[in-house]
Design a protein around this ligand. Structure first.
Ligand code: HSE
Length: 431
């Protein structure tokens, strides 16, 4: 029998406890031994979570779990940095294996945590930290071990995908869509994590570390959220044959790794473009397997609980076979692989200029683009308001971000441009 202690009886803690209790027999049948939920700790032991724990399981004292000599696996589901980090490090010191869904903690403090775990000979399971119920950690670390990973593109924040979907399908404005996402309980405690790309960047740091064998590099992830995207951009994108998604991208380019999170225009007919609402999807391209896509629920009690129980089962099997450490947590991370600066990234671009409706304006703007090596693929101008500002939309061929930054700075200083230019990176085949 393997004893489990859960710290944090919130949404994911409740889903995990429910699975461990209600599926105990199924798990025993599949594993050939018993998984016993021994204790659950939370500061709030009064709230009804709709799940019955046996007498003596619930406690307010996390240390009672961490310091219990009979406890085999500690499951940290409180989120945030402190005290989660302290609990995990203490558990590791006590030679307990750890399972966590804490993407923010792993992305920012994970190098220290994984090093401590390796030193003490314990495992860290973190399947639930990225894309909820989709077993993407196992896919990249184990399922695709034969591959050099060429690229990973992920919709890995359900809240922002929900907001963009609402804005696309129902022409709802950003703030109303956000309120609805919060009501549904998918948003982080601080929703700026969702809408500013921080949560996606946490998850991307974890995926990139597994895909490219680099240390967790959250600080080097370029982040741009969805707050500047308006419903008119979504409409223009649609007219041009694209959908706007918040994508987390990592790929290997000329010996460096790109790490970026930003709104991206994707051709409507791509499978990943059809991933709507709170759903997540991750496209992974390997040199042997080719293109693969993983889709499912990226948040919520039962989907995330499913991932937590998968980790518990793996570790429990390893404990029983005396084979812990069989699969290294982060793979074999090595220093020295460069992270590509955003200025060096190449992409196609969508620009929305706010230009005065006056003869010669387009040639001024296209002149600046041309002088900065940016070649135009198509142009739309909407509306007719002589002498006033109208949106002028330009799609480009492949261009360097450094050139785009220079061009936009120059264009925004032109007297014929009324507001700051908005640009969105575009994926897909170059026309
Ligand atoms: N806030 C996250 C999301 C929850 O919206 O995807 C799951 O990590």
């Amino acid at each position: 029998m393997i004893n489990i202690g859960i710290i944090g009886f919130g949404t994911v803690g409740t889903g995990t406890a429910r699975i461990l209790i209600e599926k105990r027999d199924v798990l025993r049948e599949r594993l050939g031994f018993d998984i016993n939920l021994k204790r659950v700790a939370d500061l709030d032991v009064k709230r009804d979570r709709g799940i019955k724990l046996s007498e003596g399981i619930l406690t307010t004292d996390a240390n009672a779990i961490i310091n219990d000599p009979d406890m085999d696996i500690i499951v940290e589901l409180i989120g945030g940095i402190h005290p989660a980090k302290d609990f995990i490090l203490q558990a590791i010191k006590n030679k307990k294996h750890v399972v966590t869904a804490n993407k923010a903690l792993l992305a920012t403090e994970g190098n220290e945590i994984f090093a401590a775990a390796e030193k003490c000979g314990v495992e860290i399971g973190f399947e639930a930290s990225v894309a909820g119920g989709i077993p993407i950690i196992k896919v990249i670390r184990e399922g695709l071990i034969a591959n050099r990973i060429l690229a990973v593109y992920g919709i890995i924040n359900g809240t922002s995908n929900y907001i963009l979907t609402k804005m696309t399908d129902e022409k709802v404005e950003f703030s109303d869509a956000l309120k609805e996402a919060q009501r549904l309980g998918y948003a982080e405690a601080d929703p700026t994590y969702d809408i500013e790309g921080i949560d996606s960047a946490h998850k991307l740091a974890i995926l990139a570390s597994l895909a490219y064998g680099i240390p967790l590099s959250y600080d080097n992830v370029y982040k741009e959220g969805i707050t500047k995207i308006s419903s008119q951009d979504i409409e223009f994108a649609s007219e041009l044959g694209y959908k706007v998604k918040l994508l987390a991208i990592t790929k290997a380019v000329d010996g460096e790794v790109e790490l970026r999170v930003h709104p991206t225009m994707l051709p409507k007919d791509y499978l990943i473009s059809k991933v709507d609402g709170v759903f997540n999807a991750i496209y992974v391209e390997g040199d042997a397997v080719g293109a693969t896509l993983y889709y499912g629920r990226g948040a919520g009690d039962m989907p995330t609980g499913s991932a937590v129980v998968s980790d518990i089962s793996d570790i429990a099997r390893n404990i029983n076979m005396k084979a812990t450490g069989r699969v290294p947590g982060l793979g074999r991370a090595k220093e020295g692989i460069g992270i590509r600066k955003i200025e060096d990234v190449e992409s196609m671009y969508y620009f929305r200029f706010s230009a005065l409706d006056r003869p010669g304006v387009l040639s001024k703007i296209s002149g600046v683009l041309g002088n900065n090596n940016i070649s135009i693929a198509s142009v739309i101008q909407k509306g007719r308001r002589i002498g006033e500002a109208v949106p002028l939309v330009v799609l480009t061929h492949m261009a360097k971000e450094r050139d785009v930054i220079h061009a936009v700075r120059e264009i925004d200083n032109l007297p014929v441009v009324a507001e700051k230019t908005l640009y969105i990176r575009v994926e897909g085949k170059e026309e």
